[in-house]
Design a protein around this ligand. Structure first.
Ligand code: 6R9
Length: 629
């Protein structure tokens, strides 16, 4: 890891309409944060009591560094809070899921409808011999049955491992084997840009290397229906017809595992991050409600896939625990045209919209005309997650989508944190480029290698200093990799990101620590240079890497995609170099600029600099299972 380094901070801030603050679930950030710090256990105790538990906890938290238990000895079932609680209350007929397919097909499941489907499918799984603690792999397109499958597992205490439907057979087999899944739930096809993706075919291929799977449940969508192998495969619909309708929620200990989700480390095989029932429920419920400020009549749309942590926490568990209406869309943001999302927002009356910077920058590239065609006045809150939201993208999102009216919550968190940790709570001043401050409930800081906080304007390592309810409990089958998170910097959970704070305590995430480039002894964050490049009118997206150089240690090479209509000829590279020099100084100027049609990204939209670098240096790129096709 590199040492700390200076970062030049330019600050601009936006104050949202004071009415947002007055009605927010967290109306006064500073007070809420102080309340949390004064007595963290009382803070979480109060939130946990808003949910239903079968047996209360003896202690809120037990911290035995680096192992934490939350809601010790409490009993619960997360699906009871996502379903039974609402059906018994006054949300029985409220839409829980509003699903849209690529061809405009719509399905609406009320809370009661979802509840019934989940119970039936839970019984279906039980009939295949799935019980508490068994692992079930879910490899499905973004359809309501994916959510039903997750909740059905949780209903009977089975541990789900969702694998994103875009992964290929090797990535799927590796994840099935690592989790030793007994049952695989899949579909014959997912649809993308009008084409069918043969999930079942991929699954069958994966299973030739994954002998632990005993049964495969197949949701059939295609006509004519594909043939199933009666020895191992069973039709989703058939199971449902024969399943009993009632399935009481299994009693789970707060520390029983809820799911495993694989995240790719910078080196080595993907890690199976393990989350547990109680703390995860409380952390996602609280953040969903307070960060997005969800009210009873909101229509909430998170554009992630359920195959990522964002989908687990902020499509499924958090929003359903809160009891909101969740929009679920199968398809791509610019299909059939770049106005598809904006049309959906208008048609469905979406009020809260949560997406990723990569999507925002793509929309920026298509221009203001597309969103301008649709009335987006129902929008109330905008969210971002996954990568730094650079100031240009912030401004565009704020203006072109939010109409200068909606607060933007740029939420920093990870698969490992399970819940959002840093953002600008609604009503507080927003600073483009900065995610914001630790939410009440999280102790996040920027420190040097020894764990000492660095002064404002000095870059360092982003760490979490206290355990939090939705934290990962281990890495499946490899606890040593879990301990590594807590061993790198004394007393802290090391997130692996570089960040800087300003004098007001706002945190700017600079990028992954492994994305730092040392040029002539200066540490330069890839995200800083990329942000400078993207602030030029001609540039849509940029990725920079370090290239070994005998003189300077490293030089910067930039890979750039251009906005519609921009031309790489006419000395654009010189102009971009001047542009970066002006904003960051001469050390940060790329020595080389290469123009590309698209950048290599993970399927969740993160730029894979590692792949660019490997290509540039003729090296092996390592694990590329997460690379987009
Ligand atoms: C939720 C999610 C985690 C990594 C994280 C960081 C980057 C996520 C960010 C952000 C800047 C934000 N990241 N949110 N960087 N600003 N608002 O994305 O989980 O897929 O595990 O990735 O993503 O580098 O460490 P995950």
């Amino acid at each position: 890891m590199a040492e700390t380094f200076a970062v030049k901070l330019e600050e601009k801030s936006y104050l949202p309409d004071p009415r947002c603050k007055a009605t927010a679930w967290t109306p006064d950030y500073t007070r809420a944060y102080q309340e949390f710090v004064r007595d963290p256990e009382a803070f979480w105790d109060r939130i946990a009591r808003e949910l239903v538990w079968f047996k209360p906890w003896d202690r809120v938290r037990e911290w035995n560094y680096p192992y934490a238990k939350w809601f010790v000895n409490a009993h619960l079932n997360i699906t009871y809070n996502c379903l039974d609680r609402h059906v018994a209350g006054d949300r029985k007929d409220k839409p829980a899921i509003v699903w849209r397919g690529e061809q405009g097909e719509e399905r609406v499941l009320s809370y009661d409808g979802l509840y019934r489907e989940v119970m039936r499918f839970a019984n279906s799984l039980a009939s295949l011999g799935v019980g508490k603690g068994d692992r079930v792999c879910i490899y499905m397109p973004l359809v309501p049955e994916q959510v039903i499958a997750m909740l059905a597992c949780a209903r009977i205490g089975a541990v789900h491992s969702v694998v994103f439907g875009g992964f290929g057979p090797d990535a799927l087999a590796m994840r099935i084997n690592d989790a030793e899944a007994k049952v695989l739930i899949t579909a014959d096809a997912g649809y993308r840009r009008g084409k069918a993706i043969p999930l079942l075919g991929i699954a069958r291929e994966a299973l030739t290397h994954a002998p632990c799977v005993e049964r495969v449940v197949v949701l059939r969508r295609e006509t004519p229906a594909v043939d199933l192998d009666p020895a191992r495969e069973v039709d989703y619909g058939d199971l449902m017809v024969h399943a009993a309708p009632e399935c009481p929620a299994e009693t789970m200990d707060a520390e029983d595992p809820l799911f495993i989700l694989y995240t790719s480390g910078s080196t080595g095989a993907p890690k199976g991050i393990v989350h547990t029932c109680g703390g995860y429920m409380v952390g996602t419920y609280y953040t969903t409600r307070h960060v997005f400020d969800i009210k009873e009549n909101d229509v909430y749309w998170c554009t992630a896939d359920t195959g990522w942590i964002t989908g687990h926490s902020y499509i499924v568990y958090g929003p359903l625990a809160v009891g909101t209406t969740v929009v679920l869309v199968e398809g791509t943001p610019d299909y059939p045209d770049p106005g598809a999302y904006w049309q959906l927002i208008r048609d469905l009356g979406v009020t809260i919209f949560y997406t990723a910077p990569t999507a925002i920058r793509m929309f920026m590239r298509y221009g203001d005309g597309w969103p301008a065609k649709y009335d987006l006045s129902t929008l109330r809150v905008l969210g971002s997650v996954g990568e730094p939201l650079n100031p240009e993208a912030f401004e565009w999102y704020y203006r072109a989508i939010g109409g200068g009216r909606c607060p933007i919550v740029d939420t920093w968190w990870q698969t490992e944190t399970g819940m959002q940790m840093v953002t600008t709570m609604i009503g507080e001043a927003m600073k483009p480029g900065f995610a914001g401050k630790p939410i009440p409930g999280a102790v996040v800081d920027v420190v040097d290698r020894a764990g000492n906080p660095v002064p404002p304007g000095t870059g360092g390592f982003l760490v979490i200093k206290e355990p939090w309810p939705a934290m990962l409990r281990t890495v499946h089958g490899n606890d040593e990799r879990y301990r590594a998170y807590w061993n790198t910097i004394p007393g802290c959970y090391t997130a692996g990101d570089l960040a800087v704070k300003d004098q007001d305590g706002y945190i700017m995430v600079i990028g992954r620590a492994d994305d730092l480039i040392v040029v002539s002894g200066h540490n330069i964050g890839t995200a800083e240079v990329e942000s400078a490049l993207v602030s030029h009118d001609a540039v849509a997206e940029a990725a920079v890497i370090g290239k070994p150089d005998p003189l300077k240690g490293n030089v910067i090479k930039a890979f750039v995609t251009l906005r519609m209509g921009a031309d790489p000829g006419d000395g654009l590279s010189d102009e971009l170099a001047r542009h970066v020099r002006k904003s960051l100084g001469p050390v940060a100027v790329p020595a080389e600029i290469e123009y590309m049609d698209r950048l290599p990204k993970t399927r969740s939209g993160k730029i894979m600099r590692r792949v660019l670098k490997a290509r540039e240096l003729g090296m092996d790129p390592g694990d590329i299972s997460t690379l987009e096709e």
